[in-house]
Every structure is written in C-alpha cells, then in structure tokens.
Unconditional design. Sequence first.
Length: 201
Amino acid sequence: MSNTNRALNRILLALAGLALLAAGAAVAAAGLVPGVAAAWAETGNNLSGQFRNALAAAPLPGPARSWWAVAGVAGLLLAAGLCIAWIASQGGGRTPRLARESDGDQGATVVDAGLIGAAVSQALENNRLVLGSAVSAWESRRGTGLRLRLQARKGTSPRELADTAEELVRGIDALLGHPVPVLVRITGGAKSAVAEPSRAR
C-alpha cells in the first residue's frame, strides 16, 4: 500500500546481485587460474592507455586538464542525484488521516487513524482469538485505505479469525458512515508461539 515500486526494486536488486556475482567470479578466477590473471593485467594496461589517450584528446586548461574528466565528474554527480531521488521515493504513502469531510462554512471533520485503532483495540479487548492488533492508514491513487493487522493466538482457527476480521471491517464502515478499502493481515510470530492456546483443555 506504499508508493514503493516493488517490481523495479526487485529488478535493480537482481541486476546488482548478478553484477556482484560476476565480479566475484572474475576475482576468484584471477586468483586461481594464472592465464586469467595475465589476461586481466593485459586488459587493465590497455584500458589505462586508452583512458590516458582519451584525456589527452580533449585538453582543458586548468586543474581538470581534460573535458573527459569534467564529464566524468558530472556523470558521477548525476548518478548520485538519481540515487538520492530513488531513495527518497521509497516507502511513503502513510497518513495519519483516514477520512475528511468538509461542512462548508462550519469547518471540516477529520477522522484520525488512531481513533480507528482505539476502536479496534476496544472491540478485541475480550477476544480469545487475537493477541494484538495494529491499524494504519495509507494513501494510494484510488484514495485512502486502511491496513488492519491481527496477531493470532496459538491454536486459533483461521476461519474464526477471518470472521472476526470481517466483523471488524463492518464495524469500521459503520463508524465512518461509508465503506473504505481495508487490507487485513493475519500474522503469528514469537508472541503467538509462547502464548496460551485459545482452545479449552
């Protein structure tokens, strides 16, 4: 429900992993196979010579000495700016406001996500199926939605817990006066493992 582009992130991570894997294999081959080490040394000398020739082909007065050096620094700065922009675009979308309704000249009514969280906690106060709950609101292209996380008690029936979640969603819709998109997530974890089961013994 956030603004993170998960598909693009996975592609970038896969490409980075493949590049690191190839670099590691090349370094290992250079250390284990003498012929590969000699080829790497020759390739490095050739690239170094081509780099010096390229710098000499575009001279520039001053400490930079070459237009290629200026272009290289500009390229690095551009790459750094793109990386910062990409990092800043990750996540996001979370909002403290779940709903807002304007009353014209009389003002506006704002429903905070914390109110819904408190209402859910109160509704589950004596529930034997749920150990804990968390509520958060997220903004998306389709509007504001709600994410409801329920932590199941050990031995809880998934069907009963799903019915409980459905009842909670109906209660949230009734509290707000209109339906909202709700993502329900049911989890377990260490707390569920050590908690007493909900079944009678």
